[in-house]
Design a protein around this ligand. Structure first.
Ligand SMILES: CC(=O)N[C@H]1[C@@H](OP(=O)(O)OP(=O)(O)OC[C@H]2O[C@@H](n3ccc(=O)[nH]c3=O)[C@H](O)[C@@H]2O)O[C@H](CO)[C@@H](O)[C@@H]1O
Ligand SMILES: C=C(OP(=O)(O)O)C(=O)O
Length: 428
């Protein structure tokens, strides 16, 4: 097991470059299954989810070659040729480690009219059903069955139709889009998710020759095309990574410029941090985050919502910050019912937080104290590192492999900002 050892109390200072967006990249890679010619994807983050997806593509028969590595932010460029693939069967060992393995279902259904993929893994933050993905595939004419943990989808042909998603789901919106781009006729997805990566994936597919309109709004219209070509594409910046550094900067009373971001994607986070008293200056592609040491940050209420609301993926990092802000903050998690597993760990460090169902009431304390804590999922890991950066003394964060799922060069990036942090391997 690897753990991070953090000596708290250092104010983060300097500049940090944000990598490509995990949640976009993990959809773009499976989307290449639809391409009728090779694709090049730039600005892929060097995270374990991408390594696993690349391996799955290779195991499925695609040719994936590394085009280059950016040493500053760790991003990669991949040349991906899926034209050699003839079918798609991703077994349990291939699919279990990440959520996004389910995108092979939509993409392969679109191309081969058939796919078999084991039930996806991903962060354990709630039940995470996939009924809306299945509803969309069935509406397009596929039959779907689940046996021994393997999801099988098959259609003689796919025919466009109107699909109303019962809840706003990022995964279902992308999966249905992937399945529908080569269906006969027109598909309309209503109550679609509007997250920036929906737009990124739609742009990628359109660059291959798809006809998708309305991505980024809650109605997406897709005119099916007979075949798709290849595409060169650059992944959009990771607003969750950016938000994590903004929160870490605020938490340590620091002064950090977060570069290579699209500030619009972070409006809800910027607004909340400003409400707490953090000074934020927006440039075209950067956000400067600064805390005025004479004024204590005040607590705020957070309600996680679908985009453009406050992202659930930043709720855990933000609750670490709120645990030392003045007054009481109420955090309502509306997306995932099991996303408070980090709270027990924060309490070990002295936080005063009461969780009742989907609500956490946080009463700010003067200081957190270093402790040995265990990450239970990706953003829990980020929240515990932020807590460690603020705490008095030394914090050890165990299960740091979760962090590697979503943060490219995390340790190096915060070290560059002055953090006293290092990684050690210990016997399990
Ligand atoms: C790889 C990826 O992009 N992961 C992101 C994606 O996860 P993911 O795509 O799994 O999240 P969804 O947007 O689908 O989930 C939203 C809500 O809908 C529910 N639901 C979803 C699908 C379905 O068929 N049935 C159903 O009930 C989920 O349990 C959850 O309560 O969006 C989440 C919400 O922004 C983020 O936290 C994750 O980081
Ligand atoms: C929940 C997350 O990821 P995944 O959906 O891949 O588990 C996340 O990125 O915070």
């Amino acid at each position: 097991m690897e753990k991070l050892i953090i000596k708290g109390g250092v104010k983060l200072k300097g500049q940090v470059d944000v990598s490509g967006f995990k949640n976009s990249a993990v959809a773009l890679i499976p989307a290449t299954v639809l391409a009728g010619a090779p694709c090049v994807i730039d600005n892929l983050p060097g995270i374990s989810d991408i390594k696993i997806l690349t391996q799955i593509l290779r195991d499925l028969g695609a040719t994936v070659t590394e085009n280059g590595l950016n040493p500053v932010n760790g991003s990669h460029s991949l040349h991906i040729d899926t034209t050699t693939m003839t079918e798609c069967y991703a077994d349990y060992d291939m699919a279990k480690n990440l959520r996004a393995s389910y995108y092979f279902l939509g993409a392969a259904l679109g191309r081969f009219k058939k796919a078999r993929v084991a039930y996806p893994g991903g962060c354990n933050i709630g039940v995470r059903p996939i009924d809306q993905h299945i509803k969309g595939f069935e509406a397009l004419g596929a039959t779907v069955s689940i046996e021994h943990g393997i999801i099988s989808v098959e259609a003689e042909k796919l025919v466009g139709t109107e699909i109303y998603l019962d809840m706003v789901s990022v995964g279902a919106t992308i999966n249905v889009m992937l399945a529908a781009v080569m269906a006969e006729g027109r598909t309309v997805i209503e109550n679609a998710a509007k997250e920036p990566h929906i737009v990124d994936v739609a742009n990628f597919l359109n660059c291959m020759g798809a006809e998708i309109r309305g991505a980024g709004t809650d109605v997406i219209r897709i005119n099916g095309v007979e075949k798709l070509g290849g595409c060169n594409h650059t992944v959009i910046p990771d607003q969750i990574e950016a938000g994590t550094y903004m929160i870490a900067a605020a938490a340590t009373g620091g002064d950090v410029v977060v570069n290579k971001v699209i500030p619009k994607h972070l409006e809800s986070v910027t607004a909340k941090l400003k409400e707490m008293g953090v000074e934020i200056t927006e440039e075209d592609e950067s956000l400067s985050v600064r805390v005025n040491a004479t004024k204590p940050l005040k607590n705020v209420n957070i309600k996680t919502l679908v985009y453009p609301g406050f992202p659930t993926d930043l709720q855990q990092p933000m609750s670490a910050l709120l645990s030392v802000a003045k007054g009481i903050g109420i955090v309502t998690e509306t997306i995932f019912e099991g996303r408070f597993k980090h709270v027990d760990q924060l309490k070990k460090m002295g936080a005063n937080i009461k969780v009742e169902g989907r609500v956490a009431v946080i009463e700010g304390v003067d200081n957190l104290m270093g402790a040995t804590v265990t990450a239970t999922d990706l953003r829990a890991a980020a929240s515990l590192v932020i807590a460690g950066l603020m705490a008095e003394g030394t914090t050890e964060v165990e299960n740091i492999h979760f962090l590697d799922r979503g943060y490219d060069l995390f340790q190096e990036k915060i070290q560059n900002l002055g953090a006293d942090v290092h990684r050690v391997t210990v016997e399990d």
